[in-house]
Design a protein around this ligand. Structure first.
Ligand SMILES: Cc1cc2nc3c(=O)[nH]c(=O)nc-3n(C[C@H](O)[C@H](O)[C@H](O)COP(=O)(O)OP(=O)(O)OC[C@H]3O[C@@H](n4cnc5c(N)ncnc54)[C@H](O)[C@@H]3O)c2cc1C
Length: 397
């Protein structure tokens, strides 16, 4: 016997839970292969203030928020340090596992069913319905949502696009560190990581606990153990990390690209499965917040009209693309250029942060979810950036 649901969400990560907590009047089931939602967390847990606002989470009663972040120290490859921000709240350091469970609990309290410890093995279309098969059960639904992460089985079944690039991230929690609790640290250097950056994110108000880590293109050129060893021994990071103790290690992959089609007849993709990630930071929570809004409004309309065709569900794709496409394309384009830069170029580029007028622009227009918004105001101050403008404008049309 097949159990029937209006909607089945595969995956109880941030994306699956964000949709589950906001749907109304839809008989829905979330299927998750892990036995505990959110564990193990593959995330550094830095989320913008705006992400939580879009997710409609009232910050005053959230037990997953660990720390408030107002600024960032940027470390150049040769050890120069610049500070940006500092005056207003930009982001939160969160306990990602608790965050996932918090959203799942809202959904459960609103009547959404969760089935844990159950891996979806197969998804296919039969007439105008979707059949979802797990190890020992079969389900039938109007719509399936693939919120099943980077290796999404739903994506591989119904769509023919893979990410342009995958990042590999390795991270750890450390105790006994001594950092300014209000700012994160970002470290550049081609020997530390050739095509990304490393980070320290203070996760308590004393600055004595932090999440540290780095990303690089997947597959990584070194073992996770060696990458962590390098992080502890690189000239600009090591003095922060000596005398600290690692309490937890995590690793994961992050898909980059722009998904040209994320809805098909009876199917929607969201989160990592649809590469909804900011390419310059690897952040997936803000895109998920925007995409889950688009998803919920499209689902409400589809159930109201009883129409689950691609034509109807494509509105979801158009809605999230309107919010995220520009930044994803911009980020991918900058990444390509960054990969070809040498430490000297990075050093020169970062030295603009010595200028008070540049810092003022960054502090005024800087938005961790929308880095492209800095380009136009900055070109007024840095004439060499003007030559890039036509190419950047070309991305957006
Ligand atoms: C090292 C690292 C650091 C990061 N740091 C940040 C950060 O600081 N800020 C930020 O915004 N983002 C960060 N990210 C990115 C962020 O973690 C992801 O974008 C986010 O987790 C994506 O959520 P998701 O729900 O789409 O996928 P996931 O969180 O991967 O959830 C997918 C869920 O689907 C389940 N699943 C998969 N297949 C099946 C199946 N067949 N059957 C049943 N269940 C299935 C999985 O078990 C999982 O629970 C980081 C990523 C990494 C790797």
């Amino acid at each position: 016997m097949r159990e029937r649901y209006d909607l089945i969400i595969v995956g109880a990560g941030a994306a699956g839970n964000a949709v589950a907590k906001d749907i109304e009047g839809i008989n829905a089931l979330v299927i998750e292969k892990r036995s505990i939602i959110g564990e193990p967390a593959e995330c550094a847990g830095l989320v913008s203030k705006k992400s939580l606002e879009i997710l409609d989470l009232d910050i005053d009663d959230l037990d997953f928020v660990q720390n408030r972040i107002y600024g960032a120290y940027i470390h150049s490859p040769r050890g120069k340090t610049y500070h940006i921000g500092g005056d207003k709240l930009h982001a939160y350091a969160i306990d990602r596992a608790k965050f996932d469970r918090f959203m799942a609990n809202i959904a459960k309290n609103r009547g959404i069913e969760y089935l844990l410890n159950t891996k979806v093995e197969e998804v296919f279309k039969e007439n105008s319905r979707i059949i979802v098969k797990s190890t020992d059960k079969e389900f039938e639904t109007n719509v399936v949502i693939g919120a099943d992460g980077v290796e999404s089985m739903v994506r591989k079944t119904f769509f023919d696009q893979e990410p342009d690039e995958i990042l590999f991230g390795i991270g750890a929690e450390v105790e006994g560190i001594d950092v300014d609790p209000k700012s994160v640290h970002v470290f550049f250097g081609k020997k530390l990581t050739p095509d990304f950056f490393a980070w320290i994110i203070p996760i308590n108000e004393k600055g004595s606990k932090a999440r540290i880590g780095l990303c690089m293109s997947y597959p990584p050129s070194k073992s996770p153990k060696t990458l962590l060893h390098d992080l502890f021994n690189y000239p600009t990071t090591r003095h922060f990390l000596e005398n600290t103790e690692i309490t937890n290690i995590t690793a994961g992959r992050i898909p980059l690209g722009y998904m040209k089609r994320s809805a098909a007849d009876n199917v929607i993709l969201i989160g990592d499965s649809a590469f909804q990630v900011k390419p310059l930071s690897g952040g997936g929570i803000y895109p998920i917040a925007e995409a889950s809004r688009a998803c919920v409004s499209t689902l409400n309309e589809a159930f109201e009209k009883n129409d689950f065709s691609e034509r109807r569900l494509k509105k979801y794709h158009d809605r999230w693309s309107e919010k995220l496409k520009k930044e994803i394309l911009f980020g991918l384009w900058i990444r390509k250029r960054y990969r070809n830069m040498e430490d000297n170029d990075i050093e020169r580029f970062l030295s603009y942060l010595e200028r008070r007028d540049i810092l003022e622009i960054i502090n005024r227009y800087g938005d961790i979810d929308h880095p492209s918004r800095l380009i136009f105001p900055l070109t007024k101050k840095i004439p060499t950036l003007i030559s890039l403008l036509p190419k950047i404008a070309g991305l957006f049309v």
